[in-house]
Design a protein around this ligand. Sequence first.
Ligand code: ZN
Length: 226
Amino acid sequence: MRTTNKPRFNECTERATKLLCQQELLGRALSIRKLTYDRCIIFDTIQNYAAVTGFSEDQLRNTLLRDGCVLKKRGANIVLYEESTFGHWERFNWTLGHEVGHIYMDHTHHGSTEEVEAHFFTSQLFLPEYTIRQMVKKYRIIDANDLSQIFWVSVEAAKKRIRTLKKYHSQKWLPEDFQIYKRLYERIDFYFYCKKRDLNFRRALIDREVARAEREREKYEMLHFL
Ligand SMILES: [Zn+2]
């Protein structure tokens, strides 16, 4: 039972770091619906869930307004979202990350402390502190646009993270922090390489992925030809 209402910042950071470290981190962005979770989390639209369960969409919306967007069914957490929110991908993805934060912080209700914790968890998941501090060390000046491009989050989310990290500093690093940075630094270096040459980073990243996939396919075909 929690006795104080103070947000558990260190706990948020630790749990988000561990979840982030479970991911391959090879793709472009951290797509919340496709992460590897060690808890049972199902993502669905309100529309689809209503059709499957027989609840009306409005019934579901009313429940969700009271309890956020997570329904608990036996051991499973069902994160429901409106079909229409899919439009702005970064924001949509962040919202789902926020709900995952509530799940990983074992929240049973939505209070202001819970909101702060879910937000802090999400910020670390998308914008890991150790990696950002390493970036600052290496590239000196980092702005919200850099973070938004590299980590596929909105500029507003990146600005907020910068403000937070100016005030908050983790007490200790976990082995997972180093592993995450090891998997991300190549993408970060590639971003600054593109920035220096005025190249469109995201397009260049996609081109690089396509080229890599083609090389893999050629290798595969070669193996089967031999
Ligand atoms: Zn919330």
